[in-house]
Design a protein around this ligand. Structure first.
Ligand code: NDP
Length: 242
């Protein structure tokens, strides 16, 4: 029987590429979307072309009830939840002195609470199944810290701590929990960067270029599905930048 995956923020960017990657590997795929209804509808057509069983669920990851419901809808549609990818996230580039309380609460609740709710909801199902795998999406800035991205870096560091702790808690139930720390990836999240910014970032990267969403998707799949004796790890997917 084919396995199932739920990917938060699967309407665009890394999440959408991950959905397609898992579909091509024979998974049944559920994604959540928040604002991008039309992108989610377009994903439905892409998945049909890949012969994939697919559902798209509206869900704001800041809301624990909606996240819990997304997990329940996935299990009810597919019969199990084999892989949970907590990918949804937002960026914020500001000096700490310009970062408002609202900025801080918004990025904290989206990037860190969203991952916490996803892990908690998935854990309830996976502990009963006595199997499953969770992959959380952090960032290289969560590993090293980035100037003018203090709030973002803090949320992404939090995801690493959460991942390592949860791997210890869920290991005895046969559930693996890992984390990807992408470098600079070509998605709408970086649409504020111009050609000169991209050239400078590529220059700082040993592989001499920025990454593609599909390259992060393959690393996510590796941790989620292939890496059966790997848990509590952070895999930098960054062209060697760190
Ligand atoms: P995009 O901006 O391209 O896509 C973000 C995704 O997150 C969208 O699907 C969006 O859904 C969803 N999302 C945002 N806020 C919410 C919310 N409140 N509730 C539910 N979904 C939400 O970003 P990327 O694909 O580039 O990023 C994906 C992840 O990878 C993020 O966690 C990001 O921090 C991380 N990352 C990205 C890097 C990069 O260089 N691109 C580098 C390092 C890490 P919708 O459009 O429907 O609202």
């Amino acid at each position: 029987m084919s396995k199932s995956v739920l990917i938060t923020g699967g309407s665009r960017g890394i999440g959408a590429a991950t959905a397609v990657y898992f579909a091509r590997k024979g998974y049944k795929v559920a994604i959540t979307y928040n604002k991008s209804l039309y992108a989610a509808k377009a994903m439905k057509e892409t998945m049909a072309l890949n012969g994939c069983e697919f559902i798209a669920i509206p869900c704001d990851v800041k809301n624990p009830t909606q996240v819990e419901s997304a997990v329940r809808q996935t299990v009810s549609a597919f019969g199990s939840l084999d892989v949970m990818v907590n990918n949804a996230g937002i960026a914020l580039q500001k000096l700490i002195t310009d970062t408002t309380d609202d900025d801080w609460q918004n990025i904290l609740s989206t990037n860190l609470s969203g991952v916490f709710y996803g892990c908690r909801s998935a854990a309830k199902v996976m502990v009963n199944q006595k199997s499953g795998s969770i992959v959380n999406i952090s960032s290289i800035w969560g590993v090293s810290g980035a100037s003018m991205e203090v709030a973002y870096s803090a949320t992404k560091s939090g995801i690493i701590g959460l991942t390592k702790a949860l791997a210890k808690e869920l290991g005895p139930s046969g559930i693996r929990v890992n984390c990807i720390a992408p470098g600079v990836i070509d998605t709408e999240m970086n649409s504020n960067l111009d050609i000169a910014d991209f050239a400078a970032l590529a220059d700082d990267t040993p592989l001499g270029r920025i990454g593609a969403a599909e390259e992060v998707a393959s690393a996510i799949f590796y941790l989620a599905d292939d890496a059966s004796f790997v848990t509590g790890q952070v895999l930098n997917t960054d062209g060697g930048i760190l």
